[in-house]
Design a protein around this ligand. Structure first.
Ligand code: ADP
Length: 191
């Protein structure tokens, strides 16, 4: 089962992905986590992306695609992959199609978490206050930029997927538990 979680920053993709890791033993491929880890470990990639992450802009497609290709190849024989934060541009979405095809893999479920734009900023700021690990990009100016970047670069991929697959819309304003239940049911219906 390979699935994509779509939706703006703060919509709950990471929370839901973590639940699916617990429940179904899938592998969460979160580009945000991968990049933050690279920055923390001061790897070559980390040095390249540090300032981009802090600015709320997107990392170069080419670099993200290279990172994801390696991860996909490594993890493809497991029970499933959850794409969280990737793809984020039309170029990445097209490349993911080719990558999956080359590896004889399918895309089984696409979920879009829908959340009121006004609630997102509030959620992210709250998350930043409660979190132990400080995210440099969780302050209100940068969050606004991330939302702008989402609307411009990432929202168009919902149309891209709608023209090829079914995009399953889930109300991300419901409680975490309710959203988890809906997603789990979607997965169970696919198996
Ligand atoms: P959020 O969705 O909450 O904004 P993420 O943890 O998914 O946060 O991503 C944090 C940052 O990492 C992004 O603002 C961007 O700079 C970078 N990033 C993550 N995924 C991608 C991607 N697929 N393409 C380009 N940049 C990315």
């Amino acid at each position: 089962m390979n699935l994509i979680l779509l939706g703006p920053p703060g919509c709950g993709k990471g929370t839901q992905a973590a639940n699916l890791v617990d429940k179904f033993n899938y592998c969460q491929l979160s580009t945000g986590d991968i990049l933050r880890e690279a920055v923390a470990n001061e790897t070559a990639t980390g040095k390249i992306v540090k300032d981009v992450l802090a600015s709320g802009r997107l990392v170069e497609d080419e670099l993200i695609i290279k990172i994801m290709e390696e991860k996909i190849i490594k993890k493809k024989s497991g029970p499933g992959l959850i794409f969280d934060g990737f793809p984020r541009t039309l170029i990445q979405a097209n490349e993911l199609e080719r990558l999956l095809e080359r590896n004889q893999m399918s895309l089984d479920l696409i979920i879009e978490l829908e959340v009121d734009e006004g609630a997102l900023l509030e959620r992210i700021i709250k998350r930043a206050e409660e979190s132990r690990e400080k995210r440099e990009d969780d302050n209100s100016d940068i969050v606004k930029r991330r939302l702008e970047v989402y609307n411009k670069e990432t929202r168009p991929i919902v149309d891209f997927y709608s023209s090829r697959y079914t995009v399953n819309k889930v109300d991300g304003m419901k409680s975490i538990q309710e959203v988890s239940n809906i997603i789990e049911e979607m997965i169970e219906n696919k198996q």
